[in-house]
Design a binder for this molecule. Structure first.
Ligand code: SAM
Length: 254
């Protein structure tokens, strides 16, 4: 799958927003000293690092189906228990964590209902998630897909293809899993770019669905898409920053 191309390109793609989003996510999840926390779909470990800073590395665990990401997450938090596994079948005991979190993952799960049910099974107190607002306020991806649609009306815009990226859908997924006091809210973060090339370079590397689409184009099509993206971002000269909104959902286990 398109996340297996490497952690370096991921860090320059959506991973750039990871530290700020992780801090906002951990705060909104109510993670507190003494908790044990599980990061489901931990990727290279950005939320795991945030959780370890708050709780201690030996009080956090992570799972991800991607072997290269698990290797990076283990290197990032050596004391954490990080395993290769999917959300739908967590190799973990019931009620073994206070909080189970998943960041930018439920929309990629093969069976999100099963994944959330598993998160609820292993958590004693709270289950949370956040997913980019692909259709509107995740500006890095919105600029890319709006440019792609301009050139190819059949482009697989994640604003249309992704599930669970509205507060309503997330609320329903959480409520249907039997979680209580379900609440959804916006998390808004920012990231900086050195210049337009810094923005563009991870796309042709094939990372995530946007990169996979970009990498599938021939050289001329990629050049046209690059130009259209640059125009959409206002042809930036030098440094610029973009904001990104994610929808966050939280539910209580009992
Ligand atoms: C956009 S990345 C997010 C990674 C990380 N949580 C972060 O915030 O940077 C999506 C992650 O979901 C993982 N993933 C895909 N399907 C999954 C599943 N069924 N269960 C758990 N993780 C999954 C991918 O391997 C990838 O690491």
């Amino acid at each position: 799958m398109s996340f297996c191309v490497g952690t370096e390109a991921y860090g320059r793609h959506v991973g750039r927003y990871g530290p700020a989003l992780s801090a906002a996510h951990a705060e909104a999840a109510g993670v507190a000293a003494g908790d044990r926390a599980l990061d489901v779909g931990c990727g290279p470990g950005v939320l795991l690092v945030e959780l370890a800073q708050r709780l201690g590395g030996d009080r956090v665990a992570g799972v991800d189906p991607s072997q290269p990401f698990v290797a990076s997450a283990r290197a990032a938090v050596p004391a954490a228990d990080v395993r290769v596994a999917a959300a739908e079948r967590l190799p973990l005991e019931s009620d073994s964590f206070d909080v189970a979190l998943s960041q930018l993952v439920v929309n990629f799960m093969a069976d999100a209902r099963a994944g959330v049910a598993e998160m609820r099974r292993v958590a004693r107190r709270t289950v949370t998630s956040c997913v980019w607002d692909y259709a509107r306020e995740m500006m890095m991806l919105r600029a890319f897909w709006d440019a792609a649609l301009e050139l190819d009306p059949g482009a697989p815009d994640e604003g249309k293809t992704m599930r669970y990226c509205t507060p309503e859908e997330l609320r329903s997924l959480w409520t249907d899993a039997g979680l209580r006091d379900v609440e959804a809210e916006a998390l808004v973060v920012e990231a900086e770019y050195e210049d337009f090339d810094d923005y563009w370079s991870p796309f042709p590397a094939g990372i995530a669905p946007s990169g996979a689409y970009c990498a599938s184009l021939d050289e001329d099509q990629q050049a046209a898409l690059r130009e259209a993206c640059c125009l959409r971002l206002g042809s930036p000269q030098g440094r610029f920053s973009l904001s990104a909104r994610a929808w966050f959902v939280r539910g209580s286990v009992r």
